[in-house]
Design a protein around this ligand. Structure first.
Ligand SMILES: [Zn+2]
Length: 411
């Protein structure tokens, strides 16, 4: 029998919670074998030190274009309206280099935190023109060695009352945007907004992603419009919605009804914990509502759900380290989860489930791209509970970051 050959052999990693130690062989950028104690002749061997290996974090919803702008914004009320207003004003001053520099900072932090895929929204409208879009296209190209970035051309500030935005979205979709994003709650005609976004998506053959129902009013919703259009146009599996914070204000029975509507229509949902927690419930002076859609309940009933970063250091969220591990922990904590299966599901919401939302494969398997991240923990549940630190990672078999493991220096 000839000895198996490999470019790289990562020895001694866990691939399941407290599972046995496995080795991963990599050849030509793909995983060529996974198993215990592989007999293999590799050009490079790497000791995985018993760390947990998985396919990397997937950020299904982030805004690179408006990250890191606290230096030019004021936050007095901490409301959604103020965030949109302040960002709109700042956006007029964005130039391509400025957007590139801020986005690069965020993407580099994401990579060293173990993220190797993301969907970024980029606002294209008369205020931003296509400047942010051009910068983010350069980011996508320059960081492709470490992360796959999907660009969602986004109408943050309305569409039906602003024909120029429509033309700019079309230009972006013709020139490299991967999909289109809408925001019915800022449009004077939310239903027409939903239709226009779907029209554009159909013409260009792309998926759609909406910012939706970002308040705590259970009776005010654009969900029926999104679900109706999804089904009418045969768009099942290509639609996602973010926030939907008013689900947190509904009775559990109603949430389950909506779960079955979303599941049947193939509409996926993303929770953005840091922004939802920061902006909602501002009229409460005590017992401030959490305002988080119960993604774990929806997931139990067949809805594809993810947890994502959304905003970093801007009026929507004046915090952020771009760590999806921290985000998963924050969600699980605020949602008061304790059962292993719920916590494991949350790990999926920043990994495999988030990839499913983006219709991308994810997982360590023979023949899959060698996209591998090692976390300092015993598996998915331990990762969420302890905020497992990303130690090092590879994309297509090439190492892309190294954080090292913390070491105690005894006297
Ligand atoms: Zn967003």
């Amino acid at each position: 029998m000839t000895m198996r050959k490999a470019d790289l052999l990562i020895r001694n990693v866990l691939i399941a919670e407290n599972g046995p130690a496995f080795d991963i062989a990599i050849e030509a950028g793909k995983i060529s074998a996974i198993g215990p104690q592989l007999k293999c002749e590799a050009i490079t061997e790497h000791d995985g030190e018993g760390l947990f290996a998985f396919a990397g974090f997937v950020d299904s919803h982030i805004h690179l274009d408006k990250a890191c702008i606290l230096d030019r914004c004021t936050i007095c009320e901490g409301t959604l309206a103020e965030a949109v207003r302040e960002t709109s004003r700042a956006k007029e001053g964005f130039d391509e280099e400025d957007v590139y520099r801020r986005a690069a900072r965020v993407v580099e932090k994401a990579i060293v935190s173990g993220t190797n895929r993301m969907r970024t929204f980029v606002e294209v409208d008369p205020r931003a023109g296509l400047r942010s879009f051009e910068a983010i296209k350069r980011i996508r190209r320059d960081y492709a060695f470490a992360i796959d970035i999907e660009i969602c051309a986004f109408a943050q500030e309305g569409l039906t009352g602003e024909p120029d935005t429509l033309a700019l979205l079309q230009a972006a979709l013709r020139d490299g945007a991967d999909l289109i994003g809408g925001c019915p709650y800022t449009d004077r005609d939310p239903v027409a907004h939903v239709r226009q976004v779907f029209d554009l998506a159909q013409v260009h053959g792309t998926a759609v992603d909406f910012h939706l129902d970002f308040d705590l009013d259970p009776d005010h919703t654009s969900l029926p419009a999104v679900i109706d259009e999804t089904v009418a146009r045969g768009y099942q599996g290509r639609v996602s919605i973010g926030h939907v914070t008013n689900l947190s204000a509904m009775a559990p029975e109603r949430v389950l009804e909506i779960a079955s509507l979303l599941g049947n229509a193939g509409v996926a949902l993303t929770v953005l914990p840091v922004t939802d927690l920061f902006l909602t419930g501002r009229d409460a002076d005590r017992l401030v509502p959490r305002g988080l859609a119960p993604a774990h309940l929806l997931a139990r009933h067949g809805v594809t759900t993810s947890v994502a970063t959304n905003n970093v250091l801007n009026p929507f969220t004046p915090f952020g380290d771009v760590s999806l591990m921290r985000m998963a922990n924050l969600y699980a904590n605020v949602a008061q989860l304790s059962r292993r299966e719920d916590i494991e599901a949350v790990f999926g919401m920043v990994g495999a489930r988030a990839a499913a939302l983006m219709r991308q494969p994810h997982g360590l398997a023979t023949g899959a791209p060698a996209d591998i991240v090692l976390l300092d923990c015993e598996g998915p549940v331990d990762a969420v509970r302890t905020v497992g630190k990303a130690v090092r990672g590879w994309k297509d078999g090439k190492q892309t970051f190294e954080n090292g493991r913390p070491r105690l220096l005894r006297p």
